[in-house]
Design a protein around this ligand. Structure first.
Ligand SMILES: Nc1ncnc2c1ncn2[C@@H]1O[C@H](COP(=O)(O)OP(=O)(O)OP(=O)(O)O)[C@@H](O)[C@H]1O
Length: 277
C-alpha cells in the first residue's frame, strides 16, 4: 500500500558520476501524491539524468533514491526510437506495450482530447497531437507517479498552455505525483507546486510566481495568461568539469554556497506591487 503521508519518490543528496565528472550532484527532491514538481534548467544541466534517478533507471553513485513500494510508474521520455515511416495507427500504438481493452483505450484518448485520432497514422500527427497521444498512453496505466520529459516540445504557445492545463487535469483526476521536465527557464505552469532548478546541482527551488498581471502575457494569451507563471533566477556560479564551483567573484570552492543562485522573482514582484500601489 502507498502511504499518503510519505513521498512517492525521494532523492537525497543524489548524484551521478560518469566519464570522470558529476553529471548532477547533491540533488534533494521529492514528489508526493497529487503534487507537480517541475525540473527546469538549461540543456545538459542534468534534468533527464535526475528524472532517470527518480524513476529508478539510474542508481545514484552518491546519495539515495527511494520509491514507495508497489509504485505504478509511467514515463513519457523526451525521445522515442520508432520508425515513423512504418504504418502504425494511434489505436495500435496505445496497445504496443500494454494490454488495454477498447473502452480503456478510448477513455484515455478522450481524457487528452484526441479520441478522434484513434485511426490516424502516428507518423501524420502534429507535434501537439503526438504529445497528447503519448500522455494518453501513459495515463492509461493509471500511474501513481508520472514523469513527463519536455512534454511541450514542438508545440506552439497556445498548444503549450493547453498541454499544461491538461497536465493539471491529469493530476486532479489520477491524483498522481508528476515530475515535469522543461528546458524553458522562463515559462512554467502555475499548477506547479515546486520548481527545482538544476544546473548540475539544485540551484534553487520553490513555488513559481504568477504573472497574471503582466500586460505582455495578457496580450499574448488573453484570459489564459493566468495559466502561466514566470520563474526568474540568476545563475551566479559555474560548475567546472572537475566538480569544483567557480563563483561570480572568481573564487573556486568544492561546493556551492548556501545562497548561490537564488532567484529574485519575489523581490521583483514585490517591487512591481509597490510601484503599482
Ligand atoms: N551516460 C553518460 N555518460 C556521460 N555523460 C552523460 C551520460 N548521460 C548524459 N551525459 C551528459 O550529462 C549531462 C546531463 O545530461 P541530461 O540529459 O541529464 O541533461 P538535460 O538537462 O536533460 O538536457 P536537455 O535539456 O538538453 O535535454 C550532459 O552534459 C550529457 O551530455
Amino acid at each position: 500500500m502507498l502511504s499518503p503521508s510519505k513521498p512517492l519518490v525521494d532523492l537525497k543528496n543524489a548524484g551521478i558520476y560518469r566519464s570522470g565528472r558529476w553529471l548532477v550532484r547533491g540533488v534533494d527532491l521529492s514528489v508526493s501524491r497529487s503534487e507537480i514538481v517541475t525540473l527546469i534548467g538549461p540543456n545538459g544541466s542534468g534534468k533527464s539524468t535526475t528524472a532517470r534517478m527518480a524513476l529508478g533507471l539510474l542508481k545514484p553513485d552518491e546519495g539515495t533514491s527511494t520509491r514507495a513500494r508497489s509504485l505504478k510508474i509511467a514515463y513519457v521520455p523526451q525521445k522515442i526510437a520508432v520508425d515513423w515511416t512504418l504504418p502504425l495507427t494511434v489505436g495500435r500504438f496505445m496497445r504496443l506495450t500494454q494490454t488495454l481493452d477498447d473502452s480503456a483505450m478510448r477513455a484515455a484518448l478522450q481524457s487528452t482530447g484526441v479520441q478522434h485520432l484513434e485511426k490516424a497514422e502516428v507518423g501524420d500527427l502534429s507535434g501537439g497531437e503526438f504529445q497528447r497521444v503519448m500522455m494518453a498512453r501513459a495515463i492509461a496505466r493509471k500511474p501513481d507517479f508520472l514523469v513527463l520529459d519536455e512534454p511541450v516540445q514542438g508545440v506552439d504557445y497556445s498548444g503549450e498552455i493547453e498541454l499544461y492545463e491538461l497536465i493539471g487535469k491529469i493530476r486532479d483526476t489520477l491524483q498522481c505525483g508528476i515530475l515535469l521536465i522543461s528546458h524553458d527557464l522562463h515559462v512554467v505552469m502555475a499548477a506547479t507546486d515546486q520548481v527545482v532548478c538544476l544546473n548540475g546541482h539544485v540551484c534553487c527551488k520553490g513555488t513559481p510566481q504568477i504573472v497574471a498581471r503582466s500586460d505582455e502575457y495578457r496580450r499574448l494569451f488573453g484570459e489564459r495568461a493566468s495559466a502561466l507563471a514566470l520563474y526568474q533566477h540568476d545563475h551566479d556560479h559555474e560548475h567546472l568539469p572537475n566538480g569544483t564551483v567557480r563563483h561570480s567573484d572568481g573564487s573556486v570552492t568544492d561546493h556551492c554556497h548556501p545562497d548561490d543562485g537564488h532567484h529574485h522573482a519575489e523581490q521583483k514582484e514585490q517591487a512591481e506591487a509597490n510601484n503599482a500601489g
